[in-house]
Design a protein around this ligand. Sequence first.
Ligand SMILES: Nc1ncnc2c1ncn2[C@@H]1O[C@H](COP(=O)(O)OP(=O)(O)O)[C@@H](O)[C@H]1O
Ligand SMILES: [Mg+2]
Length: 465
Amino acid sequence: MKFATRLLLNFVFFSVLSFTIIIISVNKAIDYFSFVTIQKQMMERADMCELSFRGILARNEISASQEGTSKVAKSALEALKASGKEVRIYDSKMKLLGLAVDGIMVDGGNPVIFKENIRNALEGNYSYTVADNKLIYFAIPIQDKYYQNAYVFELVENISYFYDIMDKIRYVLFIGAGGFIFLITLSSLHISRKTTKPVKYLLGATERFSKQQFEHVELKRKDELGMLAAGLNQMGIQLNNYIQYQKQFVSNVSHEIKTPLAAIRGFSQYLYEGENEDDELKKVYFHLINESERLTKLINELLMLSRFDKATQELNPEKTDLSELAAGVAQDLKSRAEKKDITIETTLEKTVFVNVNKILMSHAIANILDNAIRYSGKMSQIRVNTYIRQNEAVIKISDQGIGIDRSDIDLVQERFYRAKNSQFASGTGLGLSICKEIVEKFNGHLEIESEIGIGTTVSIVLPLA
Ligand SMILES: Nc1ncnc2c1ncn2[C@@H]1O[C@H](COP(=O)(O)OP(=O)(O)O)[C@@H](O)[C@H]1O
Ligand SMILES: [Mg+2]
């Protein structure tokens, strides 16, 4: 997951989480406080009712008879019927003595009775039940003159308005939170983009560094990222110096070795051709010639690379037929291929003109063909094709050899790099890097495709002349 995405998700996750917690707690708090308010109101009303009821009881010298009780209850109801939407009176056996709705006495009917509520009140506690979220049944214990809980007075109130308010508050809360989360998402998007921009820039710089392009990293910041940029710049300077020293060293040594090597090569040849030597010595001289030739080739390659580095290599491009060059190189290397019973099959388009230096380009093609021969088994086949592909000239060399591991493909064009599976053959690891330099000098590039055990295809792609 990208850094910016992760930052954004973190922001959003935590804001959603904290809003959920806030909403839940605010919701609970509203619930609690509103209920406490309702309860308080009911209690006040209950106190009033209780007081008036006691007065009525005192005035009415109640007898224990059912009739007397009911009479008292009725007169109490009469007095209190304006106390709520509905008022009820129960006796100590939980029997409903009377009921008034909206100030009018109601007889009969079959009202719902919450017995638990009444029972609680008869034990001397205020008690309430909420039915269907709309009606609150608030039961008040009333004592007779002997301080016995003899009656229960019940107020029934519609509190749907309360639930409506709650719903509205919740609605506003949700809309508000949604808007806030939306804003937070937008601002975190902005912040994460802003934060990751310099990181992306630094990432680009490190990628360039890995390709040995040590351009100055321009990031004027005083924070850790600024320090990182400064560190990268310092590293770039040092690496660049190191690479330049190394190249200079290789170039100097190659120059120094060149002359004595020519002398060794010349003397070996002289001794080899001498008449008085026996066969054993001749073998030694022959070996000396071969080895000094190999070394000369290496030195020449190093010097060529050094000339490319210093841009002192003369390019002198001229309009050249790539097919003609390919045919020439294939002919030159034919005898070397035949030693391994390898056939070189060429399919060359008639004229494929490019602007290159003939000698350098032949050298590049020869290097690739030489690899194809060296890294292929006996009796295999090599195909050389030239063709035009979308305004580009291509020369493609395919073999059926050992192949290059996927992880090595990008590296084999680096100087001195040799793939793991090619250690059986001698080599310097310079061939392909020279090809790359040559091809790039003429605005082209190399394409390498390969599969271990199946074969390798190396193509040179150049702009058409
Ligand atoms: N046709 C090929 N088949 C298999 N491996 C190859 C082929 N061409 C190049 N390679 C790999 O790429 C490496 C680099 O090639 P090169 O630069 O020509 O160096 P050298 O041939 O001197 O080793 C080789 O060592 C080899 O591992
Ligand atoms: Mg090679």
